[in-house]
Ligand binder design. Structure first.
Ligand SMILES: C[S@@+](CC[C@H](N)C(=O)[O-])C[C@H]1O[C@@H](n2cnc3c(N)ncnc32)[C@H](O)[C@@H]1O
Length: 190
């Protein structure tokens, strides 16, 4: 996944913006849905927030309060650095989270949880639990016409092809220990 997102970094926002390879996709109410998501993120009360797997910072920029981002891709972070210059940005692994216990009030993560295998999900949930009391997960919604877990072929502008595991999520797919977890589900893969 690391190499894929490094390669995709310069064109990652095309997915949100509906340009480039995504220009001709039929995605019903896509722009409204993205705007609604941005507003929901902006409506979270300001606090010490860690955005895990922040990518290009497309959603990070809407978080309020003391915001920190973390991602394993230097190329994703290079885009984020320009977009959210005031956020602390860390190049590190989401499954380890190099922060002290309770360093944040909230862990926010978008379009990341669904890429994790079951074991890694549990590792991530434990790491998130260690650094914050609240978890907000944004991911692709479970829906009847799509397998819960599927391998997808992703093609980039340079025609390179990548195999990517992608799972849909629901609140019940989070650990029961996350009483304060919120889950925002969207309908199309990232
Ligand atoms: C689909 S993108 C989501 C980016 C951003 N959160 C968003 O919603 O636009 C997935 C991101 O997860 C990052 N990522 C994948 N595995 C990771 C890991 N183990 N540790 C940190 N970041 C990771 C990738 O580099 C990529 O930026």
């Amino acid at each position: 996944m690391k190499a894929y997102y490094d390669a995709r970094a310069p064109e990652y926002d095309d997915w949100y913006l509906g340009v480039g390879r995504y220009a001709h996709l039929e995605r019903e109410h896509w722009d409204e849905s993205v705007r609604e998501l941005e507003l929901a993120v902006a409506a979270l009360p300001p606090t010490r927030t860690l955005d895990v797997a922040c990518g290009t910072g497309f959603l990070t920029r809407h978080l309020r309060g003391d915001v920190t981002g973390l991602d394993q891709s230097t190329r994703m972070l290079a885009v984020a650095r320009k977009r959210v210059p005031d956020a602390g940005l860390f190049h590190d692994d989401a499954l380890e989270l190099p922060f002290e216990d309770g360093a944040f009030d909230r862990v926010f993560t978008a379009h990341f949880y669904g890429h994790l295998e079951e074991d890694d999900r549990l590792t991530f949930l434990a790491a998130a639990r260690r650094v914050a009391d609240e978890l907000v997960v944004v991911d692709t919604a479970r829906r009847p016409d799509r397998e819960a877990v599927q391998w997808e072929e992703r093609i980039l502008k340079d025609e390179s092809r990548w195999a990517c595991s992608s799972a849909t999520s629901s609140r019940s797919s989070l650990s029961p220990s996350w009483a304060r977890a919120r889950c925002w589900s969207r309908t199309a893969g990232s």
